[in-house]
Design a binder for this molecule. Sequence first.
Ligand SMILES: [Zn+2]
Length: 507
Amino acid sequence: MKLNFYGGVSEIGGNKILVNNNDSSNSSKDSSLFLDFGMSFSKAGNYFSEFLQPRKLNGIIDFVELGLLPKIKGIYREDYLKHCGINSPENPSVDGVLLSHAHMDHSSYIHHLREDIPIFMRKESEIILKVLEETGKGSFAEILNLKKSFHYVPKARGEGYKKLIGKDSIVKRNIVTLDSYSPIEINGFKITSIPVDHSLPGSSAYFLENDNETIVYTGDIRFHGRNKKYSDIFVKKSQKFNPTIMLCEGTRINENSKKTEKDIEIEATNLIKNHDGLAIVNYPIRDLDRLITFYNVAKNTDRILAINSKQAHMLELLDSEKSIENNYPNLKDSSICIYFPRKKQGLISGEHYVSFDGSWKILDSNDEEVLKDYEIWEREFLEKYNVITYKDLKEIPNNYIFRCDFFELKELIDIKPKNGLYIHSLTEPFNEEMEIDLKRVTNWLRHFNLLPMHKMHVSGHGSGEEILNMIKEINPEKLYPIHTEHVESFDVLKDEGIEIIHPNLSY
Ligand SMILES: [Zn+2]
């Protein structure tokens, strides 16, 4: 097998690794698979920022020009190519993408791929991507469904053409969900998805094999989360698999913190236990392990965890999928509720007037117009579950732990917390923009008298010791360190007789 690295080399994230299955005896049997197709935050950040974005009018060209996407024939979506006068071959040139998990640095450039390239993933990843796609508004975010751009169709009435938009423009990608530990054949490859512990549901390592070679790809992995047992099983299975090649992440290869997810639960419980006032916490939207942590903290401290509708949507979908081992809180549980901010006209709080024929009035909470302040997918939560507004947090602050992310800080203006406390349960900033945002958070906290910021976080990645021990136990012939800024830290494994190969970018 031949490996080409189009990302994830000497950087954290941006994994796009092409594995070629060269059958020299039969060229028609050539096949290839991408391991992830993610965005490199550091490379994208070299050129772009929130308000300086690649132009959609140029399809993939802005991305290719700046080395964000590889120049490979037969992988990109036809609408983008044709719009720029580039013809697409009839069939894709790769046989699929094995997605390790639904973080953007592994998944987000799938947006640019042809819809007929199968994307393999675990069901949980599909659910997370579905929620983010349905509830987000970002551009370049068509992971599960592609929306055809630059298409016109005849008008239903009258003459002329109109732009193809809405439902009619949507093309479903070929998403293949994988059962754990069940091998499948993909054009000469045998592929197995192996669940691992990481900071979001659905994370998968992969085994790839053909007649000559056996490859283990770790994806992102840790051993201190709520799913540690899966990483342990992964190591056992990998030993048996006896890989010739191992592609291993090394985000924290030079760090050795031993803190676990459970430690955060204890620390936060102790902090909130005797606190008289609102507890506010920010943790990542996809990190449902962390959600469980703060749900447990809520139970330990006799409070109710208030999450937003996006996370509620994730929990609901995970609950409805019977094939998923579900340790997540049920939305009907009395220790969890959904926070509804005032949106659009803000009518939910029963304090805003609207004018009907010149007479101003406040609408009943069940009025249709109140519901219309929310997206269709959100409206049913209002009927089905325990929903609260800022008034609840203001009036009985001791009852709640309020999850408040960066974009929800404005809610503090309504809540006006008295004697509140704030837990920052996120990774440290790793670029300038994140540092600036953290300063903004600090300003909000200062304004509402919420300082000091209590930082409580454990990473989604194994420590140096854990990663090196894992590799020793698996004992591959060759090791390619990826998803790390410190490839040289893997060189100590040479003493174990493992050949360490520092990968080079293929473009
Ligand atoms: Zn990740």
